[in-house]
Design a protein around this ligand. Structure first.
Ligand SMILES: [Zn+2]
Length: 142
């Protein structure tokens, strides 16, 4: 399965509806909004019809993110060679909120791995780096 196909996977959690107290489900996932990573949550109760949706910029909270990693795998983004360290560092800094030294250290790490995370996060960062002229490679950790 390609990473793109895997990235359709959202996460569903069974919860109790706050209105009718019956079993309902919250779905959550990621999307890439023109280069901005967004996380979303969507609730629907099949019993009383209560619905809500919310979304946020950036990474999921640690707890749902950990479940996402468990369910859809942990992925790495590797850069074997860098066309422009300056540009790559710029992308890593703004995407991952790193300071200059940390971003350079990430890029220069001997493993070549610049990021480890969910399939959606890796795809998002891969697209940002590709837009900067780089050719990062995604792989699933086994
Ligand atoms: Zn309900």
């Amino acid at each position: 399965m390609t990473p793109e196909m895997r990235s359709n996977g959202a996460l569903t959690e069974q919860v109790v509806c706050r209105q009718c107290f019956q079993a309902a489900a919250v779905a959550l996932g990621y999307n890439d909004d023109r280069g901005t990573l967004r996380s979303w949550e969507s609730f629907h109760c099949p019993h009383c019809g209560l619905m809500w949706e919310s979304d946020d910029v950036g990474f999921l909270q640690p707890e749902p993110r950990a479940r996402m990693l468990k369910e859809h795998g942990e992925w790495t983004l590797r850069m074997a060679c860098t066309k422009s360290a300056f540009n790559a560092v710029k992308v890593l800094r703004s995407a991952l909120d790193l300071d200059l030294m940390t971003a350079y250290a990430v890029l220069k790490h001997e493993s070549g791995i610049v990021f480890t995370g969910t399939v959606h996060e890796c795809l998002w960062l891969k697209r940002l780096l590709e837009r900067a002229g780089e050719s990062p490679v995604m792989a699933e950790l086994t």
